[in-house]
Design a protein around this ligand. Structure first.
Ligand SMILES: Nc1ncnc2c1ncn2[C@@H]1O[C@H](COP(=O)(O)OP(=O)(O)O)[C@@H](O)[C@H]1O
Ligand SMILES: O=C(OP(=O)(O)O)[C@H](O)COP(=O)(O)O
Length: 400
């Protein structure tokens, strides 16, 4: 594990402005936070700093607003949930830089907590520009990164800031790295990975390394459609990134060379509307109607996936198998989650799952506590699993 300073090294911080990068990219349904796990995980760091008398200034992103303000991606929507979890007042500033942020910070007393608006409302965040990073840096004396789940991004608030001021790992950052090393540092074989979800373009590339590390890769959710289409299957109106077909074919070839089994859905549950209770039918994966979309993998596929879970000694899982937020398209995810939990309880499996929506799906299935470890991270956890250096972690060990 890289050597970095932690909160244990932070003494005499009363009155200091501490910029704390947290991950508040939480699932929201009908305008309300539907899973508070990520907030709960960063609460200890925030509370510890506040108790020590620091002025705690929270930096976070929410969604992917592409460098422009977007009303439904404002962190003001998440602030009440943060306040509720912390059971402490959390002020909000409608910008993360400039006079709005500076004025709110000037009003802070020691121990106060302030949440700044979505860092991704500025183009400089994802580009990690020196100008934007310098603007953020004006607001703090010390940087604490507690967003392990965003540590695979080399953004201004996850990486750039650590070059400007003394930087420290928060309690969750530290705990995640320790837990992953303990659970997956030397995994018992066979290792089976399940990758699903909707973030196809940002996760597909890492699969080419992952297939060299695991014995089987189960592909579900929106990710599966891209692989099916790459093999010439008509996926109708399903979530699919057709321009990634060549990448998908290369991954399949790499997996074959590495001896990694690829498990794709044999059947799917299709609907014509993305809503709870939508009329649906189960079809063979080669017979998806052209006006329908696959919203879950079908029962035959679930049987095959559960058989792989039974064979596995170690399971790593990111991304739900279907649109689990809307019933009945949660069936495959719930079934596989319950099966993995049973195998774990029986002492036959080490199960590690992660990702904002994956954690929410495990909570929905009622089995999050039965998994060996549940990470807040999805993409970051998979990149860690690939053996990649995460920029948000690496920079902590070189910080002054
Ligand atoms: N077949 C599908 N079609 C559309 N969306 C899907 C499908 N399968 C899964 N999803 C969606 O994927 C989202 C989660 O994906 P992702 O963000 O990659 O996971 P995580 O946050 O756990 O890393 C969920 O909102 C779920 O509805
Ligand atoms: O939700 C996140 O990642 P995840 O979906 O892989 O768990 C993180 O907040 C990173 O978000 P991003 O993938 O938009 O950079």
């Amino acid at each position: 594990m890289p050597a970095f300073k932690t909160l244990d090294d932070l003494t005499d911080i009363a009155g200091k402005r501490v910029l704390v990068r947290v991950d508040l990219n939480v699932p929201v349904t009908d305008g309300k936070v539907s899973d508070t796990t990520r907030i709960e995980r960063v609460a200890p760091t925030i509370k510890e700093l506040s108790k020590k008398g620091a002025k705690v200034i929270l930096l976070a992103h929410f969604g992917r607003p592409k460098g422009e303000p977007v009303a439904d991606q404002s962190l003001s929507l998440i602030a009440p949930a943060v306040e509720e979890v912390l059971d402490q007042k959390v002020a909000f500033a409608a910008d993360c830089i400039g006079p709005v942020a500076a004025d709110a910070i000037a009003k802070m007393e020691n121990g106060d907590i302030l949440l700044l608006e979505n860092t991704r409302f500025h183009k400089g965040e994802e580009k990690n520009t020196p100008e934007f990073t310098a603007e953020l840096a004006k607001n703090g004396d010390i940087f604490v990164n507690d967003a392990f789940s965003a540590a695979h991004r080399a953004h201004a608030s996850t990486e750039g800031l650590a070059h400007h001021m003394p930087a420290f790992a928060g309690r969750t950052m530290q705990a995640e790295l320790e837990a992953l090393e303990k659970g997956l540092g030397n995994p018992a074989r066979p290792v089976v990975a399940i990758v699903g979800g909707a973030k196809v373009s940002t996760k597909i590339d890492l699969l080419s390394n992952l297939v060299k590390k695991v014995d089987a890769l189960v592909i579900g959710g929106g990710m599966a459609n891209t692989f099916l289409a790459a093999q010439g299957i008509d996926v109708g109106k399903s979530l699919c990134e057709h321009d990634l077909a060549e990448t998908a074919r290369e991954i399949l070839a790499t997996a074959k060379e590495a001896g990694c089994a690829i498990v794709l859905p044999e059947d799917g549950v299709v609907a014509r509307e993305f809503k709870a209770g939508a009329a649906n039918e189960t079809v063979d994966i080669k017979a998806i109607p052209s006006d329908a979309m696959v919203l879950d993998v079908g029962p035959k596929s679930v049987e095959a996936i559960n058989a792989w879970i039974s064979k596995a000694s170690t399971l790593v899982w990111n991304g739900p198998l279907g649109a689990f937020e809307i019933s009945p398209f949660d069936a495959a995810t719930v079934s596989a989650a319950k099966h993995a939990a049973e195998e774990t309880r029986a002492g036959k499996l080490v199960s590690v799952a992660g990702g904002g929506d994956t954690v929410s799906a495990l909570n929905h299935a009622g089995v999050a506590d039965d998994f060996s470890y549940v990470s807040t991270a999805g993409g970051a956890f998979l990149e860690w699993m690939e053996g990649k250096e995460l920029p948000g972690v690496a920079v902590l060990s070189v910080s002054k």
